[in-house]
Write a protein that binds this ligand. Structure first.
Ligand SMILES: Nc1ncnc2c1ncn2[C@@H]1O[C@H](COP(=O)(O)OP(=O)(O)O)[C@@H](O)[C@H]1O
Ligand SMILES: [Mg+2]
Length: 318
């Protein structure tokens, strides 16, 4: 649904995007991740037809952004990273104004706004002034605005930044609902944890270069395969047993697993570092259980996306 090919961008003689290529399939929630200054907003502004790239191509639903920007704009709902909001109007007036701007026919405007208000759960706020609302609610209004012309693709620049945890969860639930309705969603964030539980695929941008992209589990497998010898990354998991964590050491150390108790070993918590994938982990669990170790908890020390991020980035900023 979104195809970016060999995208390069320079501001003056400063190159901020270098040969960026990726593909977002229909129905995906694609997370575009990278530290501040990596080039996310530049990429997004090019995708949203607000800027032309120095070189490279972007196609949205098979329409080239430079060949037919009008047609691209009809297909996308774009939300800027720091959108201005007209504050001295009510929520309903605000959405009605933008429905007109998006050329929703006058006869359909009221029903379109009502449908979007319902979908984004803004009903109780219809008659409130936008100025009075919390940051989370303003973000929700911005998202509602991007939906008025029923776009196939949503392009959202840092939609969850500065939101409190509750507003972030609500934003995530709304995006998942939109995905179920068949929308393709592209969103950026410099905060990994914001995206960890909602993206089907990610692209990781660092200093203007795409260092990884694709489905989260496929990237994780590629990292595990790519690493060899001593440099092979170990996965880490937290275990909890009833009794002393030293029971874990006794069983797993002979199998080449590092075991570090967390705090007092007697409390039964430890972190293990092991080689291989989840199949390897399941074998370690079996060894513990068949040795009579009362294992009661097991979880990855980091979630998959955090692990990928640490593996492919070097923490540099542009
Ligand atoms: N209009 C501009 N003129 C010159 N440099 C810019 C402009 N906009 C962004 N930059 C620079 O381009 C780089 C990428 O910025 P940006 O795309 O905003 O990154 P991100 O959204 O990932 O934080 C940064 O180094 C930034 O300072
Ligand atoms: Mg940005």
């Amino acid at each position: 649904m979104i195809r970016v090919r060999h995208l390069t961008h320079r501001y003056g003689d400063r190159e901020v995007l270098r040969d960026v290529s990726f593909h977002v399939r229909k129905g995906e929630i694609f997370g575009f991740i990278g530290p501040n200054g990596a080039g996310k907003t530049t990429t997004i502004r090019i995708m949203a037809t607000l800027m032309e790239p120095t070189s490279g191509r972007v196609e949205i639903d098979e329409v080239d952004v430079e060949v037919d920007p009008e047609a691209v704009r009809r297909r996308i709902g774009y939300m800027a990273d720091n959108p201005g909001v007209y504050e001295r109007v009510t929520v309903a007036e605000y959405l009605d104004f933008f429905a007109a701007a998006y050329r929703v026919p006058a006869s359909e405007r009221a029903s379109t706004v009502a449908a979007v208000v319902e979908l984004t759960d803004l009903g109780v706020l219809r008659d409130r002034l936008v100025a009075e609302l919390s940051k989370g609610m303003k973000q929700r209004i911005q998202l509602a605005r991007t939906l008025l012309h029923d776009p196939k693709v949503l392009i959202l620049d840092e939609p969850a930044s500065d939101l409190d945890p509750r507003a972030r969860i609500e934003m995530r639930d709304l995006l998942m609902e939109l995905r179920r309705m068949g929308k393709t969603i592209f969103l950026s964030s410099h905060i990994l944890a914001e995206l960890a539980d909602m993206c089907t695929s990610v692209g990781i941008l660092e200093k203007g270069r795409l260092v990884a992209s694709g489905p989260v589990d496929a990237i994780a497998r590629a990292i595990d395969r790519g690493a060899e010898g001593d440099a092979r990354p170990r996965r880490r998991a937290r275990l909890r047993v009833l009794g002393s964590a030293l029971m874990v050491t006794d069983v797993l150390s002979p199998r080449g697993v590092e075991v570090e108790p967390i705090g007092d070993a007697a409390n039964g918590n430890c972190v293990i570092a092991y080689e291989g994938d989840e199949t390897a982990l399941s074998e370690l669990v079996r060894a513990l259980v068949s040795s009579g170790v009362p294992l009661v908890g097991i979880e990855p020390e980091r979630n998959e996306l955090e692990r990928i991020f640490l593996e492919v980035t070097r923490g540099e900023v542009q």
